[in-house]
Structures are given as structure tokens and as C-alpha cells.
Design a protein around this ligand. Structure first.
Ligand SMILES: [Zn+2]
Length: 169
């Protein structure tokens, strides 16, 4: 089922989400809905708070539906290793049309549970490392514009207000 993607300044986007404790049918349905909603919005990553659900769940698919093997589900994820630096442009489905360069670790290892509750570890570099960090930030209530300079953030917030006024947000 398609879920509506919530936009800034919905408060659910800026508060920490709750850990998942029950690995049941309801969770699997939610994960399916997240993939469906992400594909519909043409995104490569989506966190549960972005559909208004304050739970520590995120889905990622860098191949954008081309390879089912690339579907990643991270439940209660934590970054257990980070190395290096990268500085690339990011966007976010909750901040449509806003793009800005964000400094991230170049390489990370994530520990997470799958939809059955099994723990696993996964390494990511470049775009995947960035997706891990961007999506896990969402679970902590951190939008990517919190990680740019105050000057750039002000410009972004001003642009959003302008779009809101014009009814384009
Ligand atoms: Zn995002």
C-alpha cells in the first residue's frame, strides 16, 4: 500500500524514533509499504518516520528496483565503524528539490536486524555509506540540512518558506 511521504516541518521528522521490538506480519507489511512508497517517489532510501511512523526502520535500494538483491532492510540499525570522509550532494524525499553537499564518512559498517529479527552486519562505501548515514540520521530525528553550515541552512529554510508561501511545498 502506498503511504504518503511527510515533508518538513512535520514534527515526526525531527524526533528520535522508537526501537522495533516485534517482528511480525504487521512489520513485514510496513516494510513492503515503505519500498512501494519509495519507488513511487523515485527515491533510493526511505526511513519510517518519513511515512509518519516513528520506528527505527529504513529501506534502501540503490539499483532502484532493477536488482531484487539490492533491496536492503535495516531495523534498529547502528553504525559500528566509520572511516574516511566524503563530501557529496544529498537530497531527501521529505525536502523535495532541496540539494546540498553534506560531509559523511566514506566507509561505514552497519549492524541491524532484518524483518525476521536476525542481526547482521553490512559494509558500505561511497553512495551506500551515504545512504546508511542519511537514513539512520532520520531515525534520530536529524534531517540532512542540520549537517550543513548555518549559512547554508538558513538559505535552505528561506527557500522552503518561499515555496510554502507560493503553495508549492
Ligand atoms: Zn531523507
Amino acid at each position: 500500500m502506498l503511504r504518503e511521504i511527510v515533508k518538513y516541518p512535520d514534527p515526526v521528522l525531527e524526533r528520535p524514533s522508537e526501537p522495533v521490538t516485534e517482528f511480525n506480519e504487521e512489520l513485514r507489511t510496513l516494510v513492503d509499504d515503505m519500498f512501494e512508497s519509495m519507488y513511487e517517489a523515485k527515491g533510493i532510501g526511505l526511513a519510517a518516520p518519513q511515512i509518519g511512523v516513528a520506528k527505527r526502520i529504513t529501506v534502501i535500494d540503490l539499483s532502484f528496483q532493477k536488482d531484487p538483491e539490492d533491496k536492503i532492510v535495516l531495523i534498529n540499525p547502528v553504525i559500528i565503524f566509520r572511516e574516511g570522509k566524503q563530501y557529496e550532494e544529498e537530497g531527501c524525499l521529505s525536502l523535495p528539490d532541496i540539494r546540498e553537499k553534506v560531509s559523511r564518512a566514506a566507509k561505514v559498517t552497519v549492524k541491524a536486524q532484518d524483518a525476521d529479527g536476525e542481526w547482521f552486519e553490512m559494509d558500505g562505501e561511497e553512495l551506500l555509506a551515504r545512504a546508511f548515514q542519511h537514513e539512520i540520521d532520520h531515525l534520530d530525528g536529524v534531517l540532512f540540512f542540520r549537517r550543513v553550515s548555518a549559512l547554508k541552512r538558513d538559505l535552505i529554510l528561506r527557500r522552503i518558506r518561499k515555496l510554502q508561501k507560493a503553495g508549492d511545498w
